[in-house]
Design a protein around this ligand. Structure first.
Ligand code: TRP
Length: 463
């Protein structure tokens, strides 16, 4: 990321959306939605995007634009000279900086799975995955992730691709590519949705996804939806603060945020619409409730196996997902390199080596969590997470624990340190602001109590 500013508003929107749209939308959203009751999760998520997500996204981009600094620097500058409590808010900058360091390793693990599936779709006859071959698709997936060598290999491969892009600084090229490939991905997803509509039994699946069932609502729905919101919009981890620094003073923050949210949520919604009816069609609601991180890898090949030419469509699909994942991984890595080189005052090269070392260590442990380290459950001391594997644990700690804490700091920064009125004034320079009330109301009344409840529930204090 170079500090040269974007040439146009659309350039900014595309860059922010490119970072936002990734595995979070296509891999993470569908399996959470399936697991947490379909329609009720979708509804909870939409409500949160329009209130929480909106307020926090505006805050982060606004902070970046005001200070022109990345998160640690921005928090430090804004808190400078404040006494005791308000001064310590600067800690928030650090939390924002640590989160992407936890996310990157397991992001690369999933990126490795996607890479594997590009190869798998290209080299196996699709009948391997056909549903009549009872459970074959799930078996194939489990066999892959429980094979320590093979899964480590693909993890390293994906990491290598990401590293090369960051090292050669070809992000600009990738971005140009992305402008063509992203719309292609979306068109393909829409096509697959239409196909899935005609699967026998799909109707039950659409009902499951689109019709909220209140009996399935619980605290955990909100915790999961909130974690997904942070992950998918890349908030509470400083990225959006950094993007905000590229914005010019007269750019309209509000309209950019609207576009990014709409785009990101639209892609997640479509991904759910593509996968969930298919899961229910193949395995019923029980299959949906039991879904986990493997969902798209098990279901999508089954969908492709159902029609002629499906094999090729499958390859194209996973290649496009790979691109979406790579662009997000590149920007995650870039952020980490940037933070480390700035804060430790070392060269980019050295910082890069630190990041690679960290990703390999944690990433390999994560991969082995499905085979050699199968018995390791880091959160076993909390009853409800007794069986959580390593990947889920990293995902949970970053999205459901650290991000709410980071978001609390951001909120305190905006409301107490900068001042809500002053901050709103800054945002409004770009034009009129219809949802100002929503923003101020969320920031001052709703955000902190909700985040606290979510947090206490997540760590197991509330049941
Ligand atoms: N939002 C990205 C996704 O949906 C994932 C992500 C989280 C990310 N944090 C990020 C991407 C930071 C880029 C930078 O997949």
């Amino acid at each position: 990321m170079k500090n040269e500013g974007f040439s146009s508003k659309i350039g900014f929107i595309l860059a922010a959306a490119g970072s936002a749209v990734g595995l979070g939308n296509i891999w993470r959203f569908p399996y959470l939605a399936a697991q947490y009751g379909g329609g009720i999760f979708l509804l909870t998520y939409l409500v949160l995007v329009l209130t929480f997500g909106y307020a926090l996204l505006i805050s982060e981009i606004g902070i970046g634009r005001m200070t022109g600094k990345s998160p640690i620097g921005a928090f430090r500058e804004l808190c400078a000279g404040k006494k005791s409590f308000l001064g310590s808010v600067r800690l928030g900058g650090w939390i924002n900086a640590v989160v992407p360091m936890i996310i990157l390793p397991y992001y690369c693990v999933i990126g490795g799975w996607v890479t594997k599936y590009v190869v798998a779709m290209a080299t196996n006859p699709v009948s391997t995955f056909h549903q009549s071959n009872s459970g074959a698709s799930a078996e194939y997936f489990v066999k892959f992730i429980t094979d320590p060598w093979n899964s480590t290999l693909f993890f390293l491969l994906f990491m290598l691709i990401t590293t090369l892009v960051v090292a050669c600084g070809v992000e600009k090229g990738i971005e140009r590519f992305n402008k063509i490939l992203m719309p292609a991905l979306i068109l393909l997803i829409i096509g697959i949705c239409v196909y899935c509509m005609f699967l026998p039994n799909a109707k039950a699946g659409f009902t499951y996804y689109l019709k909220p069932d209140w009996s399935k609502f619980s605290y955990m729905t909100v915790v999961a939806a909130m974690g997904q919101l942070f992950f998918s919009l890349s908030i509470a981890m400083g990225i959006m603060v950094t993007y905000g620094t590229y914005m010019r003073k007269d750019d309209n923050v509000v309209s950019c945020v609207n576009h990014v949210e709409l785009f990101d949520t639209g892609v997640s919604f479509l991904a759910g619409l593509m996968i969930i009816p298919a899961v229910v069609a193949f395995g019923g609601e029980a299959a949906a409730n039991n879904s986990g991180p493997g969902l798209i890898f098990v279901i999508m090949p089954q969908v492709f196996a159902g029609f002629t030419g499906g094999g090729i469509v499958g390859v194209v699909f996973f290649v496009l997902v790979l691109f979406a994942a790579a662009t997000s991984a590149v920007s995650l890595m870039e952020t980490n390199v940037h933070t480390i080189s700035q804060e430790l005052k070392i060269s980019r090269k050295k910082a890069m080596l630190c990041v690679i070392g960290e990703v390999i260590c944690i990433g390999v442990i994560t991969v082995l969590g499905y085979s050699v380290l199968k018995e390791v459950h880091p959160l076993a001391f909390i009853e409800k997470y007794r069986n959580m594997d390593i990947l889920d644990t990293l995902d949970f700690i970053s999205n459901s624990v650290l991000m709410p804490i980071g978001a609390i700091f951001t909120t305190v920064l905006v409301v107490a340190v900068i001042g809500l009125e002053k901050f709103s004034g800054q945002i409004k320079t770009g034009g009129k602001w219809r949802r100002q009330f929503t923003f101020q109301f969320c920031m001052s009344v709703i955000v902190i109590p909700c985040l606290l409840i979510v947090l206490l529930n997540a760590v197991g204090v509330l049941k």
